[in-house]
Design a protein around this ligand. Structure first.
Ligand code: ATP
Ligand code: MG
Length: 410
């Protein structure tokens, strides 16, 4: 990120030398004041997109209609956006029209919260017309301008308020919080994808704190309308448990559903509604299915083999962690048992069988097709029942006799 800061500084000074105003702006200024190293640096300038493109040899027209050009410099990528004001919001959606202006203050005033509305020039001088630095110091999330209006312009800002409050361990300033409560119904106008992106960031933060803000702002019900039956205390309990897991989205999402007593079907519907990617949904449901509902210490080795085969190692591991959330004293012994069973697991997929589909086909002189699939499934079950069977000769013999019974059955 040092290289990236150098690149950003280079962009600022070159714009200045060409006679333009240029500032670092938004999240990176906030993070620098917090002593954090920003993920990325955004630059705002009065240069128009074409002028930015003319000034730098390597650029990408990332979002010309919004005034954004990415400058590639020193192997880094810096987003440069022309000062603008936004107009023409419809029902709390994104702006329909963008107007470029020649005024930093106006650009800062369109930003969501005071600590996101600061700019810094190449000499490190801070432009802070809305007193974002003071709010940052007192850990206050405060809307720029009239809060109700700002949330009516873009309702996603309400969820961003919760995310920043959680991230900064801050309070949502009272006026801003009351405005969110008044406007919370507007969240339904926001695209599910934008909501999902915010929610996924919140998932890896401190969940009880996030939940407190979501409840106080009335946003929780709007976020998961399908879960309206789940009362606040139940949510809080689920959040506290999920929070003990590593900050990984899918396991935490699964733990929340589990803590709320939501079944796999409803969970899947919730995630679809939130437009989570298919792989995300698949992982969460795999984890939910892998949470034991009987005592794993009482499982036979055979049951363990079938369980590990069906769930897969990763989902099974997550399922074990979640199982232990309500029984913390079991975590250590259960992990021992789990690792032991994993080390003994004979096969994790059909590919681990000592014979391939082709081996089976050529040894039985049949053409590849659904018949082979059926035989392979038989062999998988055989090996899970009895791991010592996983050798070429035993499996081919078993395949032959299974095939024969199939033939005579028909
Ligand atoms: P993060 O650490 O998540 O990147 P960020 O503050 O950089 O936080 P971004 O979404 O990257 O957030 O946006 C960059 C800046 O653009 C913000 O700091 C803010 O000034 C402005 N901004 C982003 N989204 C909005 C919005 N919905 N309404 C108003 N201003 C916004
Ligand atoms: Mg950012």
């Amino acid at each position: 990120t040092i290289a990236r800061l150098d690149a950003a500084w280079e962009v600022l000074t070159r714009l200045e030398q060409a006679g333009f105003q240029a500032y670092l702006v938004g999240g990176c200024v906030r993070d620098m004041l917090l002593g954090l190293s920003p993920e990325d640096y955004d630059v705002t300038t009065n240069a128009l997109p074409e002028q930015v493109q003319d000034l730098f040899p390597h650029t990408v027209p990332t979002g010309i209609p919004h005034g954004t050009v990415s400058v590639l410099i020193g192997g880094e990528r810096i987003e440069v956006t022309t000062f603008r004001k936004e107009e023409g919001y419809l029902d709390g959606r994104r702006p329909t029209r963008v107007e470029f202006v020649d005024d930093l203050r106006m650009d800062l005033s369109r930003r969501d919260f005071t600590f996101n509305a600061m700019a810094m020039d190449s000499r490190g001088k801070l432009q802070d017309p809305f007193h974002g630095r003071a709010d940052l110091q007192s850990r206050l999330v405060r809307a720029v301008g009239k809060a109700d209006e700002r949330f009516r312009e873009d309702a996603l800002r309400m969820l961003r308020a919760v995310r920043f409050a959680t991230m900064l361990n801050a309070t949502i300033e009272e006026g801003t919080r009351l405005a969110i409560r008044r406007q919370s119904h507007l969240i339904v106008h926001i695209s599910r994808e934008r909501i999902r992106d915010e929610w996924n960031k919140i998932l890896v933060m401190d969940l009880p704190i996030a939940l407190k803000h979501l409840t106080e702002t009335d946003l929780l019900q709007k976020l998961f309308p399908r879960l309206h039956d789940c009362a606040s205390p139940k949510w809080m309990q689920a959040a506290e448990m999920a929070n003990r897991l590593p900050p990984q989205q899918q396991i935490r999402q699964a733990a929340l559903f589990w803590g709320l007593g939501i079944n796999v079907t409803t969970a899947t519907e919730c995630l679809r509604e939130l437009r989570q990617p298919t792989a995300f949904i698949r992982n969460v449901t795999a984890i939910l299915k892998a949470i034991p509902n009987t005592d794993p210490f009482a499982w036979s080795s055979k049951l363990w083999r079938h369980y590990l085969y069906l769930c897969g190692k990763d989902a099974a591991h997550s399922g074990m962690l979640i199982y232990c959330l309500s029984r913390p004293e079991l975590l250590k012994p259960l992990m021992c048992l789990f690792n032991e069973q994993v080390s003994k697991q004979p096969i994790w997929s059909a590919r681990d069988l000592a014979v391939t589909g082709r081996d089976i086909a050529s040894s039985l002189k049949i053409t590849p097709g659904p018949k082979i699939g059926k035989i392979r499934q038989y062999l998988i079950d055989l090996v899970l029942e009895n791991p010592s069977c996983n050798s070429r000769s035993v499996l081919l013999a078993a395949a032959a006799s299974f095939y024969e019974t199939q033939q005579t059955d028909h």
